[in-house]
Design a protein around this ligand. Structure first.
Ligand code: X5A
Ligand code: ZN
Length: 488
């Protein structure tokens, strides 16, 4: 509170005021202070209201993380043979702490997804197989829910542990809690974003999920967290259209499968394809969806290997010519991102090979924030180079916070996309233009640098307004001519 002596001079109160003014100077001072305080509260209320109108409700981004997910570890205990290890999410969490980004975000409490929630995407058998530990399985057994589930279903691995394969390891004691926690964390976060309690979100979760199909665990994945979240947003929160952007270097075969015939969920994946020779082998550009879902599956399937390399220019060009135009036309209510960071430089084949910068992913995030009123939720998928995934997470959370990003290098803006990337995008546009008319106009200028594209678009806009002016001019001339020739 300010002291009376420091109060600014107030305007003299007018004589027309109906209530009598207090007589003593102290009482007058008090009245002025009361009024000023009232004004202050009023102004504060206005500002809060404006903030609510501007962003929905809220403060800012939400981040979710839970140490339960650390316990999913091969019983062999050797993280070198298993690149999808607990240190991945621990490192990202620490990085966000160290950089002070975490303190600018809301921390969301995670939880284990229920078996019913998981069954929105997965079969009952698959859900029970990976969603229960020996302890709670006994309870289910006694309820006679389980049938043949207690039979052995894992392979012995060369490392001494067990799993579906040497990537997709299983810990009988701890893995079921971890895989359910990964799903539940994302569901909690996405629901708060969709409901307007949070601006956007970043889920630091593992194991990843986008390879998990209805009844198949593979490629480190057991439950498809992003697919389950999309289904639950629709079923429980009445969200209409969900866009899933998958920028993990691997195709999200599980996510594609979950929504292949569904026009309410648009799946756009950018992945290394190499004509089906890169894991998991699916994700051809011709896979466009089925039945009512035709056109709602978009595969930007990079082909041509890594010489020349695929990097920022190619990803930014794909966003400019395919991802963002289609996404805007779809007009989603929520955007979920399968945010794997294995396309970031530092990842070698077969778990990478590309050279996208961490910084670039911040810029891609910022572009996605122009959709769905900014309701964007990123979920970690793949990526194992700790520096790369920490840098990329930092860039993406910075974007979600709307802080100024490190600009892209001028060289990136001036470079043309490589010949293989242009061929890939030509093919995607040829195939998808049957379903999305907006992409057609980008077919001719695919080889442009981002700077050239920028100039081209400015020129196009100028041409459009010049044409508009010309046509207005022509109409006016016609009208004038008509007046001249018509007898009064
Ligand atoms: C989520 C992810 C990669 C699986 C590679 C299998 N999976 N060799 O990045
Ligand atoms: Zn991956």
């Amino acid at each position: 509170m300010r002291t009376v002596g420091k109060l600014p001079r107030h305007r003299p109160l007018s004589r027309t005021q109906s209530s009598p003014l207090p007589q003593s100077p102290q009482a007058l001072q008090q009245l002025v202070m009361q009024q000023q305080h009232q004004q202050f509260l009023e102004k504060q209320k206005q500002q809060q209201l404006q903030a609510v109108l501007a962003d929905g409700y809220v403060s800012g981004p939400g981040v979710v993380y839970d140490t339960f997910m650390l316990k999913h570890q091969c019983m062999c205990g050797n993280t070198h043979v298993h690149p999808e290890h607990a240190g991945r999410i621990q490192s990202i969490w620490s990085r966000l702490q160290e950089t002070g980004l975490l303190s600018k975000c809301e921390r969301i409490r995670g939880r284990k997804a229920t078996l019913d929630e998981i069954q929105t995407v997965h079969s009952e058998y698959h859900t029970l197989l990976y969603g229960t530990s020996p302890l709670n399985r006994q309870k289910l057994d006694s309820k006679k829910l389980l049938g043949p589930i207690s039979q052995k279903m894992y392979a012995m691995l060369p490392c001494g542990g067990i799993g579906v394969d040497s990537d997709t390891v299983w810990n009988e004691m701890h893995s079921s809690s971890a895989v359910r926690m990964a799903v539940g964390c994302l569901v909690e976060l996405a629901f708060k974003v969709a409901a307007g309690e949070l601006k956007n979100g970043f889920a630091i979760i593992r194991p990843p999920g986008h390879h998990a199909e209805e009844s198949t665990a593979m490629g480190f994945c057991f439950f498809n967290s992003v697919a389950i979240t999309a289904k639950l947003l629709q079923q429980k929160l009445n969200v209409g259209k969900v866009l899933i952007v998958d920028w993990d270097i691997h195709h999200g075969n599980g996510t594609q499968q979950a929504f292949y015939n569904d026009p309410s969920v648009l799946y756009i994946s950018l992945h290394r394809y190499d004509n089906g020779n890169f894991f998991p082998g699916s994700g051809a550009p011709e896979e466009v969806g089925g039945g009512p879902g035709v056109g709602y599956n978009v595969n930007v399937a990079w082909t041509g290997g890594v010489d020349p390399p695929i990097g920022d220019v190619e990803y930014l060009t794909a966003f400019r010519t395919v991802v963002m135009p289609i996404a805007h036309e779809f007009s989603p209510d929520v955007v979920l991102v399968s945010a794997g960071f294995d396309a970031v430089e530092g990842h070698l084949s077969p778990l990478g090979g590309y050279s996208v910068t961490a910084r670039c992913f911040g810029h891609l995030t910022r572009q996605l924030m122009t959709l769905a009123g900014g309701r964007v939720v990123l979920a970690l998928e793949g990526g194992h180079d700790l520096t790369a995934i920490c840098d990329a997470s930092e860039a993406c959370v910075s974007a979600l916070l709307s802080v100024e990003l490190q600009p892209l290098d001028e060289a990136v803006l001036q470079q043309k996309p490589n010949i293989n990337a242009v061929a890939t995008l030509e093919k995607v546009i040829e195939i998808q233009s049957k379903h999305w008319s907006c992409v057609q106009r980008f077919a001719a200028g695919l080889g442009r640098s981002l700077r050239e594209a920028q100039a081209g678009e400015t020129e196009e806009a100028e041409t459009v307004s010049a044409m508009a002016l010309l046509s207005v001019g022509a109409e006016q001339a016609q009208a004038a001519a008509a007046r001249e020739h018509s007898p009064r």
